[in-house]
Design a protein around this ligand. Structure first.
Ligand SMILES: C[S@@+](CC[C@H](N)C(=O)[O-])C[C@H]1O[C@@H](n2cnc3c(N)ncnc32)[C@H](O)[C@@H]1O
Length: 886
């Protein structure tokens, strides 16, 4: 054993620059010193990481504890033979001074904290304060002192908290001994208290600690700041930063931004990734300077916001702001509704297989210099007619690095668009375009706000070896502002409209209409997204066609809107459904495909479903293609409606679309057999759905609550829509209990179960050993829609045991045609994949798709031969296999 202090001193001595090794500065010693400094830095990073991990663990533990306590209270409240006081209830109130100083919200000022019998908080002041802090997060642990009294029970059985906190019955809790005494008194008081007091209780009063250090002064950027709500205008702005050491913990950084920006009430969309930050925002103009100062004070933004904050030259009056975006669902919309700070893998998805050095990306050319260079380039081009390539080498290559729908409505004179539909395609296009261009030739690049050109510049210099690359600083936005502010007598060399990434979509810079309407071919600069949300294609479309096609891109999409009965709702903002039979659309629009015809002659899905899809797109966009959707969803409802008892098991809930379809079907069964109470785990209509992803589970839980509280019609759709409109992303992030239970229409029960692996849970059920939920009695239908690599195991568990699926029951397996690739896997055609690219990432993705297609083919072949069942493989959506258990 060695004492800790000397050991620390020795370690420090060997690392500090003034240790003996520094006195004789030989090269090797200097090197040693440097490397030990690096060690020290590394150690610090490790300590910081360990602290963060410990903090995360403690948050998880606290959450777990809350849930545990909730369960105990519920169980105890239900059980009649409750004897032991397992929990103490502390009624906590916070003094006025602390409330104001810490800006406590209603829930944080007063509430109940439960303390378990025998837990450290019943013995030590520190633990008691810790537990109170765990419930009242806004309280700082050291800023309060405690006083206590015992609650009185009124004649009517209600619990009275003394009004007069200075009353003599109150005592201070200052030591561990006081804590012990207080809990002992609560026990004693409980013995003689009336039965309406369910457990030993203590009233606690929290007052400001007179010895607490004064709160830190507000940051300078908040001093004397105006009230953003009083601003008459809003200012659009954007910025990006690629800090050289990256962002260590993007989740944590995103939280920091939310906290620091709260006083400004900004709106916008911000992406945070390890590589940096990319923000498009609107901020009240009266606090714009304060907001910019705040951003500058954040080290990861500060000096790394290349070209500072790109501010739109014209603030928008608040009344105009409310309607400055492209209308959504036929209703006027602002450019941004909420503040969304999202963590992503990259702030601009580039598809490169390794990150480059974003600090070394060519010359960031100020807008006025860019303007002059373009004029020179124009002159050079005019003089160059009929001259040799060698004489033309000074003419710069001007590259527009945006996508085709952006360059089609506006670009700089003489610029060459890359004609990409996605930024990831740029690398191949650049390679081909610049194949024969000398490495020292001048190359000028630009994009909307400059961020894409950082990546293009890095690629051109580091990967393709060009030495004379420049990019327009701050992109077209900064150019537009600079010309307007500093060279108003000059004609802008950018013609047409600049597409921006907020609800306005396009900002007209000159009156030129360079785009041609995707529908009629006429001139236009209007850009929008197809109103059929299943398509949502970004398109250029003139005002006339926009009206004629009701904001959709084609006949097919317009027809979809009509079929879904949402046209009138979307265009006029009313909730009345268009009656398909009465609709003139139905009579006059010819059907171009059988698909369109079939959808056109099916009953529309209830309105809730569409909102569920939109919520999925909004909260879990990368998985939104997984939702079952209209055709398959309706089929699932019908199948569920035809089952004997309406008992359905779904593997892979995702956001609850198919779950809702099944619940609808189960309720149909209940009404067909005139059940007068809802089914449950043991008998009658019941849906059990298993999911492992917390965020998907939370959104599904919210959807199921909406469905059961408001139904699937207009009221349900409105409630589901408000999940999105509230902008409260937090509900998908919180940890819910692992089981969420709802009853629909008093006819069918649905349990959502959060599991770590649906297959393991199902195998437990097959053995009759379900650990998370009481063993449910067997199901009529099992929908297999979780991980696609273990389909045989899922189906086998259903076929092998009658505890999961009844004899004669049905297994439905999704995605069995795997985008048509099973044909290739069966050797019938080459394995072609739509839009097959040649980049490494694309090749990897395709390899995975092929591997899965082979697995799917093996599954289809095996199950078709299995004597325990009969199979019908339907070409619905991505292929549905209907497997009847014999
Ligand atoms: C295709 S989606 C389900 C779509 C949903 N059934 C619908 O129709 O809307 C697949 C879901 O299964 C979940 N999942 C995948 N593997 C799982 C597993 N082993 N256990 C539980 N859930 C799983 C995924 O998180 C994902 O949400």
């Amino acid at each position: 054993f060695q004492p800790a202090v000397p050991m620390r001193a020795a370690a420090l001595r060997s690392r500090l620059p003034y240790s003996r090794s520094w006195v004789v500065p030989t090269v090797s010693r200097l090197f040693n010193t440097l490397s030990s400094n690096q060690d020290l830095a590394q150690k610090r990073i490790e300590v910081a990481r360990a602290k963060k991990a410990a903090w995360k663990r403690s948050v998880l533990e606290t959450n777990k504890r809350h849930l545990h306590i909730k369960r105990i209270t519920e169980e105890k409240e239900q059980s009649t033979d409750f004897q032991v006081p397992a929990l103490y209830a502390l009624k906590v109130s916070v003094c006025e001074e602390l409330r104001n100083e810490l800006h406590l919200s209603g829930r944080e000022r007063r509430g109940r904290v439960f303390i378990e019998l025998g837990s450290p908080a019943t013995r030590s002041l520190k633990s008691l304060k810790y537990d109170i802090h765990a419930f009242f997060k806004a309280l700082k642990k050291s800023t309060f002192v405690l006083s206590a009294c015992l609650p009185e029970v009124a004649e009517d059985g209600s619990i009275v908290v003394p009004e007069d906190l200075t009353n003599t019955k109150m005592w201070k809790i200052e030591t561990d001994e006081d804590v012990n005494k207080t809990f002992a008194m609560a026990d004693e008081h409980f013995q003689s208290a009336p039965a309406s007091l369910k457990r030993p209780s203590i009233s606690l009063h929290l007052a400001k600690d007179p010895n607490a250090p004064p709160p830190p002064p507000p940051p300078a950027y908040l001093e004397g700041m105006a009230n953003p709500a009083a601003s008459e205008t809003m200012t659009m702005l954007s910025f990006y930063s690629f800090p050289p050491s990256g962002i260590e913990d993007p989740e944590d950084f995103a939280m920091q931004l939310r906290r620091k920006w709260k006083p400004f009430n900004p709106l916008g969309r911000i992406y945070v990734a390890k590589e940096g930050v990319n923000a498009q925002m609107s901020v009240a103009t009266n606090v714009l300077e304060n907001f910019i100062d705040c951003c500058r004070s954040i080290p990861q933004l500060g000096t790394y916001m290349e070209n500072g904050v790109n501010v739109d030259p014209k603030p928008i009056p608040v009344e105009e702001f409310a309607t400055a975006g492209v209308p959504i669902n036929g209703k006027p919309a602002p450019p941004f509704r909420n503040l969304h700070i999202r963590v992503r893998n990259q702030i601009v998805a580039d598809g490169l297989d390794k990150p480059l050095d974003w600090q070394s990306a060519g010359y960031d050319m100020p807008p006025l210099e860019w303007h002059e260079k373009l004029k020179e380039a124009k002159e050079l081009r005019e003089q160059a007619a009929g001259t040799t390539a060698d004489q033309n080498k000074d003419i710069p290559v001007i590259l527009d690095c945006r996508n085709d729908y952006e360059t089609n409505i506006g670009k700089f004179d003489g610029a060459e668009p890359l004609e990409t539909t996605n930024f990831r395609e740029s690398w191949d296009v650049l390679g081909k375009r610049l194949e024969d261009v000398p490495k020292d030739a001048p190359i000028m690049t630009y994009c909307t706000g400059g961020i894409r050109c950082v990546k293009v510049g890095a690629y051109l210099t580091q990967e393709l070896g060009f030495t004379n690359v420049s990019r327009l600083a701050g992109g077209i936005i900064a150019y537009d502002r600079t010309i307007e502010e500093k060279a108003a007598d000059e004609q802008p060399l950018f013609r047409g409209a600049n597409m921006v990434f907020d609800g306005r979509l396009g900002r007209q810079i000159t009156d030129d209409k360079l785009g041609s309407c995707a529908t009629c071919g006429g001139e236009t600069s209007l850009i929008s997204n197809c109103l059929n949300d299943n398509c949502h294609k970004r398109m250029i479309q003139c005002e006339t066609c926009r009206t004629a096609f009701h904001g959709t891109c084609s006949d097919a999409c317009r027809q979809r809107l009509v079929n879904n009965g949402m046209l009138s709702q979307r265009l006029h903002g009313d909730s009345s459904q268009t009656s398909v039979a009465d609709s003139s659309e139905e009579k006059t629009t010819p059907y171009r495909t059988l698909d369109e015809y079939s959808t056109g002659h099916s009953s529309p899905a209830p309105s809730l479903y569409h909102e569920m899809e939109l919520n999925t797109q909004s909260y879990l966009p990368s998985g939104s293609h997984m939702v079952s959707g209209f055709e398959q969803g309706r089929l699932l409802t019908n199948l569920a409606s035809m089952t004997r008892e309406g008992r359905i098991l779904e593997l892979g809930t995702f956001t609850g679309y198919a779950t809702a379809c099944f619940l609808e079907g189960a309720a149909n069964v209940a009404s067909a057999i005139s059940l007068d109470s809802a089914g449950n785990q043991s008998s009658g209509p019941y849906v059990l759905s298993l999911e492992r992803d917390q965020r998907a589970f939370n959104l599904a839980a919210a959807h199921m609550n909406v469905m059961t509280e408001h139904g699937t019609g207009e009221a349900g759709a409105e409630a589901a829509c408000s999940l999105r409109a509230s902008g409260e992303a937090d509900f998908v992030e919180t940890v819910l209990e692992d089981v969420v239970s709802v009853v629909y229409d008093n006819a069918a029960t649905c349990d959502l179960l959060k599991v770590s692996d649906a297959l393991a849970t199902m195998e437990e059920m097959a053995r009759g050993e379900s650990s998370q939920i009481d063993q449910p009695s067997p199901f009529d239908l099992v929908f297999v829609d979780a991980d696609k690599t273990r389909l045989l195991e899922y189906v086998d568990a259903c076929l092998a045991s009658d505890l999961v699926l009844k004899k004669g029951g049905m297994i439905v397996v999704d995605n069995v045609l795997w985008k048509g690739l099973v044909l290739g896997a069966a050797g019938s055609s080459p394995l072609l994949i739509d839009g097959e690219g040649s980049g490494d990432a694309e090749i990897k993705k395709n390899r995975r798709a092929r591997r899965l297609a082979s697995k799917m083919h093996r599954f289809n072949s095996a199950i078709a031969k299995d004597p325990r069942c009969e199979v019908l493989l339907l070409q619905v959506r991505d292929g549905l296999s209907m497997i009847r258990k014999k």
